[in-house]
Write a protein that binds this ligand. Structure first.
Ligand code: NAD
Length: 503
């Protein structure tokens, strides 16, 4: 039996194309489970034309009607979440509880966007000068595009589309070609919520489609989430084509553990944050900075190794699984080679996930939890984003040295500290160069009413995604200065720029 085709959604219609096929693989078995015929320039042109026509209507639709669609979409996602979770686990490989968490986070963003009548309120200065009022508000941009990574096939699109659409834009999603099907379920739920055709479209494809999006004159803004080299490429190329771009990149998130922390609790959190989703989260902890002497830090390393060893690795179809496979064979091979290279450099592999075997899944892309100590900071296991279940441990003498180590890294997504000292926590929060900081919280993903984004090589562009920052990204300001005819208040016109204060 041939694998099913993954379609596009253009102007509300499910469509297929004859483009270059891309295989979608079940990472737990290595089997091809679907095929994407990639969209080309013709499909992109068609989707953009439909999105432009839809924008003309949608941007003029009242805020209360738009809010009604957002509320209905929230109900659709909440009541059909099991279907989305099943799709995510099947194509991505993450466990069902992990997929469920992704939907919960996505719902937070939709709920924020439901407040659009209030969020889009502007400001008004009555009688700014005599007989003159000034008011400012924000308008939507037009057709916006989202290009998303494999690791959160529903949540990351939900970071973007509800905010863009609430603001009055239309939105074209180009999901990851590794796990494309959740995007189609989202399109189905938008339609069921009453969103007009063409406001939300989906185009399937890979790098060639991304480059076509970046060059398309009908697209005003691009939101990207993915690895750093591609984020940089998207930012530079999209900006060169005159688009507004926000491009979130990769990460190497550190957790600093002070000697005064509750070691058992910290170890629990580090195992969850380091190995959850097989380490394939942009907010995963991949480097632990253990502060203190060898006697002080030894129990932490021992506790992480013991708890990491107990993690049940298996397919998402087993309820016992706590951690699934990594996304591709290439990804697995890369992770294994980084571990071996680090060992050859003299590091200690305290917990070794290289020879893990999952019964009945010999062809799956599984790597077990791995813990590495004694690492040189020039090692690839530290300089690169491994994006697998690999935790490296560094040592620091005190909080100052720990902060310096964190800040010397090229990324600045999340950073966490475990401590019972308010002074150490406050110092860390104020001095660390990261966009999101956790204090005794390992994965400090901000709630939907805040905004998500990093610094340095983790974010190209000015604004975070979702929350108020996301709303600003998808809108532009307009300020109106207004005077109505009234002879008593009308000042004399002058060819000179006004030099007196407003009166
Ligand atoms: P990726 O960069 O390989 O792919 C992301 C998107 O870019 C996909 O839609 C893909 O089709 C497209 N793409 C890939 N190669 C391209 C190329 N050469 N030219 C143009 N487009 C291209 O990322 P991924 O492997 O899907 O996702 C994992 C990465 O995403 C990790 O680096 C992770 O840290 C990062 N990520 C970051 C955040 C964040 O908020 N900062 C969130 C999630 C994931």
């Amino acid at each position: 039996m041939s694998a099913p085709t993954v379609e596009h959604v253009i102007n509300g219609q499910r469509r297929s194309t004859g483009g270059d096929p891309i295989d979608v693989t079940d990472p737990a078995t290595g089997r091809v489970i679907a095929v994407i015929p990639a969209a080309g320039q013709a499909e992109l042109d068609e989707a953009v034309a439909a999105a432009q026509a839809a924008f003309d209507q949608w941007s003029q639709t009242s805020l209360t009607k738009r809010a009604g669609v957002l509320f209905a979409f929230r109900e659709q996602v909440a009541s059909r979440r099991a279907e989305i979770e099943e799709i995510i686990s099947r194509e991505h490989g993450k466990t069902r509880p992990d997929a469920a968490g992704e939907i919960t986070r996505g719902l937070e963003i939709i709920e924020f966007a439901c407040g659009l009548p209030q969020l889009l309120q502007g400001t008004y200065a009555d009688q700014l000068s005599t007989g003159v009022d000034t008011y400012a508000y924000r308008e939507p941009l037009g057709v916006c595009a989202g290009i998303t990574p494999f690791n959160f096939p529903a949540m990351v699109p939900l970071w973007m589309a509800p905010i863009a659409i609430a603001a009055g834009n239309s939105f074209i999603l180009k999901p990851s070609e590794r796990d494309p099907s959740a995007s189609l379920k989202l399109a189905e739920l938008w339609a069921a919520a009453g969103l007009p055709d063409g406001v939300f479209s989906v185009l399937q494809g890979g790098p060639a489609l991304v480059d076509a999006i970046l060059a398309h004159p009908g697209i005003e803004a691009v939101s990207f989430v993915g690895s750093t080299p591609i984020a940089k490429h998207v930012y530079e190329r999209g900006s060169a084509h005159g688009k507004r771009v926000q491009a979130l990149g990769g990460a190497k998130n550190h957790a600093v553990v002070m000697p005064d922390a509750d070691i058992d609790e910290a170890a629990d959190h580090l195992v969850a944050a380091g190995y959850g989703s097989a380490g394939q989260r942009c907010m995963a902890i991949s480097a632990v900075v253990a502060v203190g002497t060898e006697e002080e830090t030894g129990p932490l390393i021992k506790a992480i190794a013991e708890k990491g060893k107990a993690v049940v690795v298996g397919p998402s179809t087993s309820e016992d699984s706590e951690m699934g496979p990594v996304i591709t064979a290439a990804s697995r091979d890369r992770i294994l080679s980084i571990i071996s290279e680090t060992e050859a450099e003299g590091a200690q592999i305290v917990l070794d996930g290289r020879d893990l075997s999952v019964p009945g899944h010999a062809e799956g892309y599984f790597v077990g939890p791995t813990l590495i100590t004694g690492i040189d900071r020039s090692s690839r296991a530290y300089t690169e984003e491994v994006f697998g279940p690999v935790l490296v441990v560094l040592r620091a003498a005190d909080v100052d040295e720990a902060i310096r180590i964190v800040n010397e890294g090229p990324y600045g997504n999340g950073a966490a500290i475990f401590t019972s000292s308010g002074a150490a926590a406050r110092k860390f929060q104020r001095e660390v160069q990261a966009g999101m900081v956790g204090i005794n919280v390992p994965i400090p993903v901000p709630a939907g009413s805040f905004s998500f984004g990093g610094r340095k090589a983790s974010l190209f562009g000015d604004t975070h995604v979702y929350g108020r920052e996301g709303l600003n990204f998808y809108t532009r300001a307009k300020a109106v200065t207004s005077r109505w005819p009234d002879s008593a208040l009308r000042p004399a016109a002058s060819l000179a720029f006004p030099s007196e204060p407003r009166h």
